[in-house]
Design a protein around this ligand. Structure first.
Ligand SMILES: Nc1ncnc2c1ncn2[C@@H]1O[C@H](COP(=O)(O)OP(=O)(O)OP(=O)(O)O)[C@@H](O)[C@H]1O
Length: 289
């Protein structure tokens, strides 16, 4: 199956600083994909390259098997930028009419339905909506376009908890019903854990993880034991992160090699623990014996 988003050696530089580098990815279709990473990691840069708002400095990116902005791609890819750009002087109804006019596959009943459920007045000017209401409207427009690929840059950051839960549910049911692929960047790791089947983690402008979440979870374990014996784990396993208390060491270990020594307690990791560990930029220090 052709990946919905493919990057090969993709990089983008601003002046001398790389915002994204060596990005090679193949994202599968028909699921919600979480894009996470610390501030400045390159998430917006990657999404902007994918929709053709930015040109790569090196490498290439393809969406739905084509170059961004090639004929056909624009209609099939929806994008909601972090600042949710909308025309402030249009009313909600006019915004939906414009959506219908610009998008051949526009889902007019679905759009009206969502606006009614959210409780946005149709005659309200966009400029007079709250930040969260504007986000809701921008997301409605993006969904109603019925894209094959929907790229959302921090879509739920300013939604209240109920609106956030409802929106994420809507996304998951859209994926199940229409097969749309959603790539969503977020700092809310608990939401990503609940919603996403595939995770891309960027840190320091590089892809650190890109795989389905089940595989990632099965490849990692949290191991706790005496600090004085931690050295032995470093020699036999890949240690992603190490935390030390006075006598105890807690290590995030990658790989499936058995840890049989009974002095170590081994437990599965949560996606949130995994993401936090990979987001921290410093490499784990081997313990001084
Ligand atoms: N227009 C620009 N000019 C110069 N540098 C930029 C520009 N846009 C982004 N950058 C830099 O590129 C890097 C990546 O930025 P990007 O916005 O992609 O990060 P991000 O992961 O989306 O961050 P956040 O989580 O804070 O939104 C940062 O160091 C940022 O300062």
């Amino acid at each position: 199956m052709t990946p919905v988003l493919e990057a090969e050696g993709l990089g983008r530089r601003y002046g001398r600083q790389w915002a994204l580098r060596d990005c090679t990815l193949a994202l599968p279709g028909g699921q919600v994909i979480g894009l996470v990473g610390p501030n400045g990691a390159g998430k917006t840069t990657l999404l902007s390259l994918a929709v053709g708002l930015l040109r790569p400095t090196e490498g290439e990116v393809r969406v739905l098997g084509r170059r961004p902005r090639s004929p056909g791609t624009v209609a099939e890819v929806g994008f909601v930028a972090q600042d949710k750009p909308l025309y402030r002087n249009l009313t909600v109804a006019e915004t939906l009419r414009m959506g219908a006019w610009l998008n051949p596959g526009w889902d007019a009943p679905g759009a009206r339905d969502r606006i009614t459920r959210i409780g946005l007045p149709m005659d309200q000017k966009v400029g007079k909506l709250s930040g969260g209401q504007r986000s809701q409207l921008a997301l409605t427009v993006a969904l109603s376009k019925r894209p094959k690929l929907l790229l959302l840059d921090e879509p739920v950051a300013d939604l209240d908890p109920i609106a956030r839960r409802d929106f994420l549910r809507t996304l998951m049911s859209e994926v199940a019903e229409s097969g749309v692929t959603v790539v969503l960047s977020s700092h809310l790791l608990a939401d990503v854990e609940k919603t996403c089947e595939f995770l891309v983690l960027l840190a320091t402008s590089h892809v650190q993880l890109a795989d389905d979440t089940e595989t990632l979870l099965s490849q990692h374990r949290m191991v706790t034991g005496p600090r004085a014996d931690a050295q032995s784990l470093f020699s036999a396993h890949t240690v992603v992160q190490a935390d030390y208390a006075e006598r105890q060491a807690t290590l995030l270990v990658r790989g499936r090699a058995p840890i049989n020594d009974p002095m170590w307690t081994v437990r599965p990791v949560s996606l949130e623990e995994l993401a936090l560990a990979y987001m921290s930029t410093s490499l784990p220090q081997e313990v001084a014996a």
